[in-house]
Design a protein around this ligand. Structure first.
Ligand SMILES: NC(=O)c1ccc[n+]([C@@H]2O[C@H](COP(=O)([O-])OP(=O)(O)OC[C@H]3O[C@@H](n4cnc5c(N)ncnc54)[C@H](OP(=O)(O)O)[C@@H]3O)[C@@H](O)[C@H]2O)c1
Length: 216
């Protein structure tokens, strides 16, 4: 029996990860909050992918992926049903990007420096095991990226060691090396990495890069 992944969020990240998980043999349901989007999702996801609501995806997943707009993440969790996340690993791909435009290529966040969106989400769903991942790289590089002779680093964090092991195994399949940066508070710098990652994109239209942590 393949492991079930429920994806709460139907944008390019939700679609990309849905296709990536199917490619790696997982059983996937993707959830949208917009009933009229189901046909579009059928055409953009693998035929094996099931399509439902946020709640359907959260109920279905043994592992849940949160891939909504940052400003909507808390509302999306409530729509998904906090009780449906109890005891589950929740891979949090979101970034707290404000609706205001970037300043000289620097994204603006609605969170302050000494907090993070994932801390808010963990407080909202205390029985879920949040793991920050996939937020500091573009969607085109999320699944099996090709960099000559090396794998990029995915920075992760979260309070539950078992959940982080589960996500590390997934990242291994997705051809990433993982750097575990600690507990939920480390989402502060990991979410900020998205701001840094986007600067070459906004200033030079260059989006093909990824981070690598070099160790001695
Ligand atoms: N794009 C990237 O390359 C990238 C890379 C790394 C991280 N991220 C992060 O990943 C997340 C998803 O990004 P994305 O580019 O795929 O798309 P997005 O446009 O940021 O999010 C799309 C999802 O958000 C939901 N949503 C939007 N407003 C909502 C509201 N008011 N209430 C409930 N749900 C709402 C949409 O619902 P419907 O299903 O109803 O449309 C859809 O499922 C973001 O937090 C982003 O910062 C993106």
């Amino acid at each position: 029996m393949s492991m079930k992944v429920g994806i709460v969020g139907s944008g390019i990240v939700g679609q990309t990860l849905a296709n990536g998980f199917v490619k790696h043999g997982y059983d996937v349901t993707i959830g949208t909050n917009t009933a009229g989007k189901r046909e579009e999702l059928k055409s953009k996801t693998n035929a094996k992918t099931k399509i439902g609501t946020f709640e359907d995806a959260a109920k279905f997943g043994e592992i849940v992926v949160l891939a909504t707009k940052g400003t909507a993440a808390e509302a999306a969790l409530k729509l998904a049903g906090i009780a449906n996340l109890k005891g589950k690993t929740v891979i949090d791909t979101t970034n707290p990007i404000a609706d205001a435009p970037p300043v000289n290529g620097v994204l603006q966040y609605f969170t302050a420096q000494n907090e993070s969106l994932m801390e808010r989400l963990q407080a909202l769903a205390p029985d879920a095991h949040f793991v920050k991942a996939f937020n500091s790289v573009g969607n085109a590089l999320m699944v099996n990226p090709r960099f000559a002779g090396t794998r990029p680093t995915m920075f992760i964090c979260g309070n539950d060691a078992g959940a982080k092991r589960e996500v590390t195994a997934i990242l291994e399949q997705f051809r990433y090396e993982t750097a575990d940066m600690g507990a939920v508070e480390s989402a502060r710098p990991i979410e900020s990495l998205c701001i840094l990652w986007c600067i070459p994109g906004f200033l030079e239209k260059s989006w093909g890069h990824a981070f690598k942590l070099l160790r001695p």
